[in-house]
Design a protein around this ligand. Sequence first.
Ligand SMILES: N[C@@H](CCC(=O)N[C@@H](CS)C(=O)NCC(=O)O)C(=O)O
Length: 221
Amino acid sequence: MERGRLYIGNRRYSSWSLRGWLAVKLAGLDPEEIVIPLEGGGGTKAVKAVSPSGLVPYLEHAGHRVWETLAICEYCADIEPRLWPLDPAGRVHARVIAAEMHAGFRELRIAMPMNLGRDFAGRGRTPGALADIARIEALWAETRARFGAGGPYLFGPSFNAADAMFAPVVARFLSWKPELSAGTRAYCDAVRAHPLVAAWYDGAAREPKDWLLDKYENPPG
Ligand SMILES: N[C@@H](CCC(=O)N[C@@H](CS)C(=O)NCC(=O)O)C(=O)O
């Protein structure tokens, strides 16, 4: 089968790209990766030129054109069903929390943008961001209590699409360092140590310096 192409933003900043890339890798796909440095205002011309939605991640594979990260997860789960838990209760719950992530937590995303190379400890703690964090901690704790036996990830031993959807939240927590429960911290450490997440961080560290954006390197506050 042709390798296909995955268009992503630069690894240091592009949280949605991280999710899509993880899903693709978990499915065992190996598309050509085209990394487009983001311009920072949401209107990166090179992204608009290639992606139907004007956003990344965007996957072209086996004649299919797949944008929107959750759709990429579903496409990948059609190829590798274990991207979602195989038991029905776990499967629906994983989809629910992935959908909540896809649709929500806007305040957190605005107040604590992803930057894999910086330590913004103690900053960004707006009331809205803290409310989002409380909801995420509750969600993770509930999921781990119901489904997480036998391993460190949301659904136990296997890092799946739900973990992929929340991986950029973990990245935010690791650089903005809000106060977190011991359980949340343990989950964050496990996600950070996953070989695919570690590979993404390594790639981010190798990106050219002229891709850095003042907006994300020196955020207000
Ligand atoms: N709802 C989209 C969101 C994707 C998105 O916002 N991607 C950002 C990068 S993280 C983007 O492409 N921004 C365009 C730009 O910065 O020019 C999805 O789920 O894939």
